[in-house]
Ligand binder design. Sequence first.
Ligand code: PMP
Length: 447
Amino acid sequence: MNNAILSERDTRVLWHPCTQMHDHENFPIIPIKSGQGVWLEDFDGNRYLDGISSWWVNLFGHSNPIINAALKQQVDALEHVIFAGFTHEAAVELAEKLVAVTPAGLSRCFYADNGSAAVEVALKMSFHYWQNQGQTQKTKFVTLQNSYHGETLGALAVGDVALYKKTYAPLLMDVITAPSPDCYFRESGETWEDYSTRQFAHFEEMLAENANEICAVIVEPLVQCAGGMRMYDAIYLKLLRVACDKFNVHLIADEIAVGFGRTGTLFACEQAEISPDFLCLSKGLTGGYLPLSAVLTTDDIYTAFYDDYSKLTAFLHSHSYTGNALACRAALATLSIFETQNVIQKNHILSAKMAVLSQRFLTHPNVAEVRQTGMILAIELVKNKITREPYPWQERRGLQIHRYALSKGVLLRPLGNVIYFMPPYVIAIDELTLMFDVAWQAITRVY
Ligand code: PMP
């Protein structure tokens, strides 16, 4: 087998996600044969450093020996079992662990099988909670500008990235969209904290006016990832928690992308010292091995559904692969690495190194901002550094960066004009250096 044969077979029968398939007429899709640590290898022997953790899922490298061993054991015992009326050891142990490591007050774990499904579960649970409480006028959700929560219709409705949402607008429920705390737009000299606080004032006004009909507010804590790795201060989350309590509205924290150590703490909410009413987890949950998601929630919410069957208050949502045993086992192995390997502290060293390596980008005439939250570092490229006028999207400069970096053995996948780095936590310093060097060469070539 080689790259050409497999990519040709691929494009005859496959339809890839988030892809204009026509692009692959000129630029063949890359078939990956194996992965080891931060490296992916194709069928022709080319290697690529996975600088984006394979869509932000991989934490401890490809083919991680600890996760591999756990899966091998699990597969001989139980691969999967219906999760209604039945349970299994890995699902129970994982729920116990998640309850223990997530912010205080989250005491119940509901499984689904991908990030968008977790968002759907949280939205439905919040709405249904208010129905069970007799507050039937609560039917609306609030989201932030530029947010992203997935691609299924409910998740898409509470997102705000036009590229993914606009076409489907006639199919989507109405939501209230509040101004984003995105600190890219702060005044010069204004701190992240001041700008995020200032933006919150708009939010509170809106909440005060509409709280009676609002079920929940959904946010991506600290980093709006798919929206271009836009970042904001933890103060916003603190203020949000207080306001949600004051106005009797749920807070849904979508930590699907930022959970599990990405932002410098195990969960981003920790930096604001808050507990949401719903915490959505996926991606890194299984170390990037298998699809699994979890929605953590409180006793208060759980008990609002708990009654005699005839009251018809139960949450009847289900997915066939809920609580899959292999996925739960991979998640347990992933959590065991956090428990035993000082991951959060090691990440602080890596993120400090990323900050140093990114310094030279500040001097580039097309770089408007270099921003970082923990293990996420983003570079905003513009046509004009003073006015911050962006390059037209039609020029697809991000795609050119992607292709150039691949030719140099690094997988980067810019979001429009935003180049970002989100590597697995097992990346070595010389690999970090390579990633930033290639990005620098790519930028100086393409911009
Ligand atoms: N929420 C956030 C914050 C995400 O970044 C993503 C995926 N990029 C999702 C939800 C959806 O997850 P999935 O792709 O597993 O459906």
